[in-house]
Each structure stands twice: as structure tokens, then as C-alpha cells.
Design a protein around this ligand. Structure first.
Ligand code: ZN
Length: 88
């Protein structure tokens, strides 16, 4: 009897039915387990490091700030209070 290394559930795998390198799923915790040896069957959990490659649905929509109402014409005058080029 093999146990899931993740949740310790007994997994009924026949060592004659699996091969080394085969991926099986734990019926209990849904982990992906790789068969590393078959006599007896030994399983390791395949680490699924959060791939940033698969799902990129979030494309930083926070950068989508269109300040439409901030463009009102309220900037009358007072823009050259101090002349930046007072060279002469
Ligand atoms: Zn499990």
C-alpha cells in the first residue's frame, strides 16, 4: 500500500500497473504524484511552483486610470509667475 506523501491517504496502486516516472493523482488531495520507484511503489509530490507562465489574466488593470474629469480648464493664468529664463 502506498501513501500519498501529501495527505497520507492510502493510494491503492499496483506496482505492476505503474511505471517509474508515471504521474498519478491523489484521489484525496488531488496532488500530482510521481512514481519514483515501483518495487515498492514510491511516490513523491510534484511541486507545482506557481507558474507565472500559465495564466496571466491580471494585467495590472490598476494602471488604467483615465482621469477624464481632471482635465477641466481650471488652469487659468499663474503659469509663468517666475520666468525661468531671466538671463538678461
Ligand atoms: Zn493526497
Amino acid at each position: 500500500m502506498t501513501r500519498c506523501p501529501e495527505c497520507d491517504t492510502e493510494i491503492d496502486l499496483d506496482e505492476d500497473e505503474v511505471e517509474e516516472g508515471e504521474i498519478v493523482g491523489c484521489p484525496e488531495c488531488d496532488a500530482e504524484l510521481e512514481v519514483t520507484q515501483t518495487h515498492p511503489v514510491h511516490l513523491i509530490k510534484i511541486s507545482e511552483d506557481d507558474d507565472d507562465d500559465d495564466e496571466d489574466e491580471e494585467e495590472e488593470s490598476s494602471a488604467e486610470k483615465e482621469d477624464e474629469e481632471e482635465d477641466e480648464e481650471e488652469e487659468d493664468g499663474e503659469r509663468d509667475l517666475e520666468n525661468p529664463d531671466e538671463d538678461e
